[in-house]
Design a protein around this ligand. Structure first.
Ligand code: SF4
Length: 328
């Protein structure tokens, strides 16, 4: 039996750019451009990159909250891009999301009992009495008092609201949870508690996670494998150990050089990227990183380097490695 839960194959998501009174198409924003990766059962797959690199769009495309232009998304053995809306609603029982801003994702006029219990109603998965019992069990599991069931979201702190969002996400025992910057809106003092709750859930329920963050220390703590994105493309994928010790892509090197080391005796040289992030409307031809890359060669402007296997399940999209292999 395959140990792969999710396969994203050559997925593209372009947004039309319109202008003028007739809303003429002016171009495309290539938010996700030919992205492929897979997630194993019980694995945490990290997605990192600067804001606007396309990592959140990838998650929305996987959940079909926005429609991909092309590609395949095989989840639990089925291409979900081919499912009808009704079939997709059923599939969503198994795919959930934990959001960055818990307050915005919780309806302020609804009690937390109804918020956490809503998946049972939508999917007709429990009677009213069972729903109450299950919600109380979920509250206890995520570290909240079951007697709070009739309270409203504004009566809770940021960390507690995130626990409510997490309780809702695991209500129907999903197989995959996409965590989109789940702690970046929380106080530092409670971030570790939420990360540890996510880790405990993974052990208890055998969950797979896609963990999206711009915080590389957090991604390192959470993930088994990590993909680095730049302007809608994956530029490097490797295991956590390989990526942090033996990173190859010049963009990954620059990103990782910015992580602070908690030891004043260790001096680390930070790689400062030159230039601004190019416009996604008109990205550079060839390698999209070439306008900021100190190793850029002529070929980098001529063709986009495909992701290639450099050994040890480590993939990198950079002509430096293509050229090195060609020259033996
Ligand atoms: Fe730099 Fe060229 Fe590699 Fe792109 S392909 S990262 S421009 S060396």
């Amino acid at each position: 039996m395959s140990d792969t839960l999710l396969e994203v194959k050559n997925v593209k998501k372009y947004f039309k750019l319109k202008s003028g009174i007739f809303s003429r198409r002016r171009g495309w924003v290539k938010a996700v451009d030919d992205v492929s990766f897979s997630v194993k059962k019980g694995e945490t797959f990290g997605l990192v990159g600067e804001s606007g690199c396309g990592k959140s769009t990838v998650s929305r495309v996987i959940l079909r909250l926005t429609q991909a232009n092309s590609g395949q998304i095989i989840f639990d053995g089925e291409d979900i891009l081919k499912l009808s809306n009704k079939e997709m609603r059923e599939k969503r029982r198994l795919m959930q999301m934990v959001f960055q801003k818990p307050f915005e994702s919780l309806n302020p006029r609804v009690t937390i009992g109804d918020i956490i219990g809503s998946p049972f109603e939508i999917h007709k998965a429990a009677s009213r009495k069972e729903k109450k019992r299950k919600v109380q069990e979920l509250l206890a599991y995520v570290g909240l008092e079951p007697r709070y069931i009739n309270r409203y979201p504004h009566e809770f702190s940021g960390g507690q609201r995130q626990r409510i969002g997490i309780a809702r996400a695991i209500a129907l025992r999903p197989k995959l949870i996409i965590c989109d910057e789940p702690i970046s809106a929380l106080d530092v003092s409670i971030q570790a508690q939420i990360l540890n709750l996510l880790k405990d859930m993974q052990k208890d329920f055998g969950l797979s996670y896609i963990f999206i963050s711009h915080n590389l220390s957090v991604v390192k703590y959470m993930s088994n494998r990590i993909a680095v994105m730049y302007m809608g493309k994956i530029v490097e994928i490797a295991s956590k150990e390989e990526l942090y010790k033996n990173n190859k892509h010049p963009y990954t090197k620059a990103l990782l050089s910015a992580i602070p080391i908690p030891d004043i005796d260790i001096k680390k040289e930070r790689i400062l990227l030159k230039g601004d992030l190019p416009s996604p409307i008109n990205p550079p031809e060839g390698c999209r990183f070439r306008t900021r890359c100190e190793y850029a060669m002529r070929i980098c402007a001529q063709s986009y380097p495909a992701l290639m296997d450099v050994g040890n399940n480590h993939f990198v999209a950079c002509h430096l490695y293509h050229e090195a292999i060609k020259s033996g």
